[in-house]
Design a protein around this ligand. Structure first.
Ligand code: ME8
Length: 644
């Protein structure tokens, strides 16, 4: 039988800086959806990626003294690191600089032009660079962007326009006939009223004053407006418009596209019209979530309150971050993050409710039955109540997840955890241990089965925790009792599994101490830094072998005018002389290092730093408090010698 498909997307993140907890919200949410639908047997495609064109990124790269592509390469490597730490199981990471994407975007633009949907005119209006968004005089507030509050710039140039107004009536009808296309209802109503009801405006879709974008195929002076390029990623990622569009045929239209609230209007107006104009079906649903706020403001890098989720994951584990996202995150409306709320949630739900349930149950099985799951006897009323809850758990979670309500699904699962803890209070197994071992066996059996069923579902939400629980329960990796099919009914034949109590799943945290740790600003940076270093994975000897380390002799060194940190060095490596830029200017004067032997990474890809091309890297040691010193081989070693 053909498997049902499920296509879920996140927005593609601007490759203009680091990701904070707010960004991670969408991706963790989408990951739970993807994992759940995979567990439920669907054929899933989960897309995320990076949005790499536009003025914002061009300016960032200029500030860094490198090309935009060099800049986005560095940022994308960081994105991928964050997603790997958070256990994000995307099927594809699209970059809008991917050649295939660019080609198809150009083809689509050409089609729109050929069919008369694009025309040339003069644009005069206001533009917010951080939001890559156009505004009229009446929309800006005191000269500032109504979305992010930063100053807008006047823009006056020849541009191409997308005739979106032509599709107004069609879009209105579409919203009438698809009331659930955009959720939540309140956001849909607001967007409908402000951007659709009184007629959709034509959109300026090209720029001439910078060149970091997809070139307009029929007019090389212009690059496309970044949002046209960006939105199309959801179909180009599937191979739409290429010779191999199998994935597109299989997965489009998307089942759900998650977007934050400030970008809902791009997905609610431009995106449907763009698809209609290209004669493509629309996604089934746009789910617009709220913002994670801190002290009342949107969490964002530019406001300086962008909390790094890696710091949390490093100290409390990835599943703690994931749990907080599901439980307290802004599924529709904004919701606040504070370190105190975070720690309290982890203590209450993961440590007290889940952790204690598991440790109490396994301790009693260990003490009373030699760590072997005992035989289940006949069920009494309180047992039947718990069985009934367990038998309905999957249905409740599935219903929630079919509507992407991760918040409800996790509450259903933890509802069973709470019910099982209550069952312990009611049945008082510590008394049964003294007076009725048969009854104790039945009670512990019910608890074991509750924990197992919870773990089966947690595989989609808290995968590391689920794995730990299965190990404690003695349920092996390939066991059918890890599969979803095993939780639609309470089983009574799981005897003789050996449990392993081991360490606590979650350690109770001292709220005051942890809040102090998380909110000390210097520490925050240090922790992030330390953690980024600590997280490097183990490598094999073959990986290490790829790095070519040699002795180099510094022949000359000078400061780079535009930079406080960089020195431009001329380095001799055997017969060869090359330029290597290094970030040591705050620690060494150029004349101090001339004549020194240093260790050079010889086969590093060249990179431009502050306009100077650098061929390799000079190794230094850096202490925890920031002291830096060159790694210096013995001065008698000839340059070009291998370092191994
Ligand atoms: O908008 N809370 O990229 P982006 C919750 N490239 N979500 C937040 C948040 C917060 N504090 N801060 C940001 C873009 N986000 C475009 C998308 S898609 C074709 C192009 C969310 O990196 C934000 O709402 O600025 C958005 O959904 C996502 O992070 C990416 O933001």
């Amino acid at each position: 039988m053909k498997k049902e498909t499920y296509y879920v997307t996140t927005p593609i993140y601007y490759a203009s800086g680091d990701l904070h907890l707010g960004h991670c919200y969408t991706t963790v949410l989408a990951d739970a959806c993807a994992r759940f639908q995979r567990l439920a047997g669907k054929d899933v495609f989960f897309l995320t990626g990076s949005d790499e064109h536009g003025l914002k990124i061009a300016r960032k790269a200029e500030e860094a003294g490198i090309t935009p592509k060099e800049y986005t390469d560095q940022v994308v490597a960081k994105f991928k690191h964050v997603w790997s730490v958070l256990g994000i199981t995307y099927d594809k990471f699209i970059r809008t600089t991917d050649e295939d994407h660019v080609k198809v975007v150009q083809k689509a633009f050409q089609k729109l032009y050929d069919q008369g949907d694009i025309y040339k005119a003069n644009y005069e209006g206001l533009y917010c660079v951080p939001c890559e968004s156009f505004f009229t005089e009446s929309q800006v507030v005191d000269g500032k962007c109504p979305d992010c509050g930063r100053p807008v710039e006047l823009m006056k140039e020849e541009s191409y326009f997308f005739k979106m107004s032509k599709y107004t009536e069609w879009l209105k009808d579409f919203y009438q006939s698809h009331p659930d296309f955009l959720i939540p209802e309140a956001r849909k109503n607001e967007i409908y009223k402000n951007f659709i009801e009184n007629g959709v405006q034509d959109l300026c879709v090209s720029r001439t004053t910078f060149d970091w974008g997809v070139p307009v195929p029929f007019d090389s002076k212009h690059v496309m407006y970044v949002w046209i390029d960006a939105l199309l990623n959801y179909v180009t990622a599937l191979g739409y418009g290429t010779e191999n569009d199998t994935l597109f045929q299989k997965f489009w239209p998307a089942d759900v596209q998650f977007v934050g609230r400030e970008i809902a209007r791009f997905h609610a107006v431009i995106w449907p019209i763009l698809l209609k104009a290209l004669d493509l079906p629309l996604p089934k649903q746009i789910h617009s979530h709220g913002w994670i706020t801190e002290k009342g403001d949107k969490m964002s890098k530019s406001s300086g309150n962008g909390f790094n989720s890696l710091v949390l994951a490093d100290r409390y584990g990835t599943d703690a971050v994931r749990y907080w996202v599901y439980k307290d995150g802004p599924i529709f409306n904004d919701s606040p993050y504070s370190s105190e709320l975070f720690i309290k949630t982890i203590n209450a739900d993961l440590c007290n409710d889940l952790g204690n349930l598991v440790s109490r149950t396994l301790a009693m099985i260990t003490q009373n039955f030699d760590a072997k799951l005992p035989k289940c006897g006949p069920s009494l009323t309180e047992d039947k109540e718990l069985e009934n809850k367990l038998n309905h758990l999957y249905e409740a979670v599935k219903n929630a997840m079919d509507q992407q309500r991760v918040d409800i699904a996790i509450d259903e699962i933890f509802g069973v955890v709470r019910a099982a803890n209550k069952y312990i209070d009611v049945t008082a197994p510590w008394i049964l241990a003294k007076v009725d071992k048969n009854r104790l066996a039945t009670v512990l059996y019910h608890l074991y089965e509750s924990i197992r069923m919870v773990a089966v579902l947690l595989q989609a939400f808290l995968p590391t925790t689920a794995e730990k629980i299965f190990e404690k329960l003695g349920i092996e990796k390939d066991s059918p009792y890890r599969k979803l099919e095993s939780i639609t009914i309470f089983h009574t034949d799981l005897m003789d599994y050996t449990v392993h109590k081991g360490e606590a799943l979650f350690v109770r945290l001292d709220v005051q101490k942890e809040v102090a740790y998380l909110t000390t600003p210097i520490k925050k940076e240090e922790k992030q830094d330390k953690q980024e270093k600590a997280e490097k994975p183990l490598i094999s000897i073959d990986d290490f072998d790829k790095v070519e380390l040699v002795v180099g002799k510094i022949l000359h060194s000078e400061k780079i005018a535009k930079s406080e940190k960089l020195l431009k060095n001329t380095v001799q490596i055997g017969e060869e002389v090359r330029t290597i830029v290094s970030g040591i200017a705050k620690h060494y004067q150029p004349e101090e290092i001339i004549g020194k032997n240093v260790v050079v990474v010889k086969n590093l890809k060249p990179i431009k730093l502050c306009g100077v091309e650098s061929f390799g890297m000079i190794l230094c040691s850096v202490s925890a408090d920031g002291k830096l010193s060159l790694v210096e081989p013995n001065s008698s070693m000839p340059s070009g010698s291998e370092v191994c």
